[in-house]
Design a protein around this ligand. Structure first.
Ligand SMILES: C[S@@+](CC[C@H](N)C(=O)[O-])C[C@H]1O[C@@H](n2cnc3c(N)ncnc32)[C@H](O)[C@@H]1O
Length: 218
């Protein structure tokens, strides 16, 4: 459960769009929840700079170790790795942004995790989640599925869940990389699912982005 996504981040574009939409910048304190090998954490570290902080949280100690090594190699002392279950997320401070990607699809109770994310966010700060609708993917027109995931289509519920956790919905959209023949989209699909698409048309699973803002206390 919860394997890191394949090399070559096919979902970089929605990630960059989401972080740009809320203007993540120098000095921000952020959480990358379910950080995996740290692609998102390192991007956040570059944006927040040496005056910011990125808590990279994952339940896997081995992945946290790997991420800490990558952060050290990149000279980013602002990255702090924490081995924690998302359900028990606890930090020494409230932060400006709590982000997750390809995490809620694997946890038992996505809404409970979103509530933890909101709990550690400062009032006016952001909760951002990017989760797939895996069955919206197609290879040669045939739907994909990821039966190993607990909630393979959690993306379809994400905007409602963000509202249910008490946040204000700022923006939400879905986006899917597509291609045909050999290339990065085919390689990504093959690593993800073991399916060799040959020359078939590929639409990878839609990624739903939700940007939500924690309300200030009344
Ligand atoms: C598919 S990977 C996504 C990695 C990264 N977010 C990305 O987009 O590249 C899912 C990650 O979530 C972690 N994970 C799964 N369940 C978790 C939980 N309950 N609490 C914390 N981390 C969890 C896994 O160890 C894994 O690193």
């Amino acid at each position: 459960m919860g394997a890191a996504p394949p090399e070559g981040d096919m979902y970089r574009r929605p990630l960059v769009a989401a972080l740009g939409r809320i203007s993540v910048g120098p000095g921000w304190h952020c959480v990358d929840l379910g950080a995996g090998s740290g692609e998102v954490s390192l991007r956040l570290a570059a944006l927040v700079g040496s005056t910011g902080r990125v808590y990279s949280v994952d339940s896997s100690a081995a992945l946290c170790d790997e991420l800490a090594r990558s952060a050290a190699a990149a000279g980013t002392s602002q990255v702090v790795t924490l081995v924690q279950a998302a359900e028990d997320l606890a930090l020494p401070e409230e932060v400006d942004l709590v982000y997750c990607r390809f995490l809620l699809m694997h946890v038992a109770e996505p809404l409970a995790v979103l509530r933890r994310m909101a709990a550690v966010t400062r009032p006016g700060g952001y909760v951002v989640a990017q989760e797939p609708i895996t069955t919206a993917g197609r290879v040669g027109g045939v739907p994909l599925s990821m039966p190993d995931a607990r909630h393979p289509d959690i993306g379809a519920l994400l905007p409602g869940l963000a509202v249910a956790c008490g946040c204000r919905l700022v923006s939400a959209w879905a986006e899917a990389p597509a291609g045909a023949g050999q290339g990065p989209v085919a390689s990504y699909l093959e690593e993800l699912s073991g399916v060799d698409p040959g020359e078939d048309a590929i639409v990878l699973p839609s990624l739903v982005t939700v940007i939500a803002q924690k309300q200030a206390a009344p």
